[in-house]
Design a protein around this ligand. Structure first.
Ligand SMILES: [Fe+2]
Ligand SMILES: [Fe+2]
Length: 183
């Protein structure tokens, strides 16, 4: 309940506030989807693939929390929506990785739409905040596309994918990767 002493300094429009609440839902949806994919690979005794997707799930949680804290800082209203039940069974490794790639492509569209709205509203603070996500999606899509290509090439021999991932950890920041240092 508000009182006359409350300071009202909301820095976000209702429309962008609602769209970010929806985005928090999408990030949690992605988290749950990646947990199911990770558990599938874990069950199949493919630890590198499982670790990769557990890590992706953690990243999606971090994305959701970034959006949540932004709403808090901008004095917006937080209303986390219900999320759709994620896919839990997968025909093959390729199906699971392809689902993840499609998910990242959809999220990229959503982030671009948030940025479009922030530009339309001349909301410079939101544009600054959203820029991080725009760059992050380039990394997310590119990583998932690489994993899909590797998985397709390996065919039935998923140990090739395990071997690849053990030597080329995907999804890590460039500075954490081995052999990427520019002389
Ligand atoms: Fe995300
Ligand atoms: Fe993602």
């Amino acid at each position: 309940m508000s009182t006359k002493n409350d300071v009202n300094v909301s820095l976000i429009s209702k429309e962008l506030n609602n769209a970010i609440n929806q985005q928090i839902g999408s990030e949690f949806q992605a988290k749950l989807q990646y947990l199911n994919i990770a558990a599938y690979f874990d069950t199949e005794d493919l630890p590198q693939l499982a670790t990769f997707f557990y890590q992706q799930a953690d990243d999606e949680n971090m994305h959701a929390m970034k959006f949540l804290h932004y709403l808090v800082d901008a004095s917006g209203a937080i209303e986390i929506p219900a999320v759709q039940k994620p896919e839990a069974t997968f025909e093959s490794a390729e199906t699971a990785v392809n689902l993840a790639l499609q998910n990242e492509m959809r999220v990229t569209g959503q982030i671009n739409a948030l940025m479009d709205l922030a530009i339309e509203e001349k909301d410079h603070i939101a544009q600054d905040f959203l820029r991080w996500f725009v760059t992050e999606q380039l990394e997310e899509v590119s990583t998932m596309k690489t994993l899909l290509n590797i998985t397709r090439r390996a065919g039935d021999n998923l140990l090739w994918v395990e071997d690849y991932l053990s030597r080329n950890p995907l999804g890590l920041a460039a500075e954490q990767q081995v052999g990427t240092a520019v002389p």
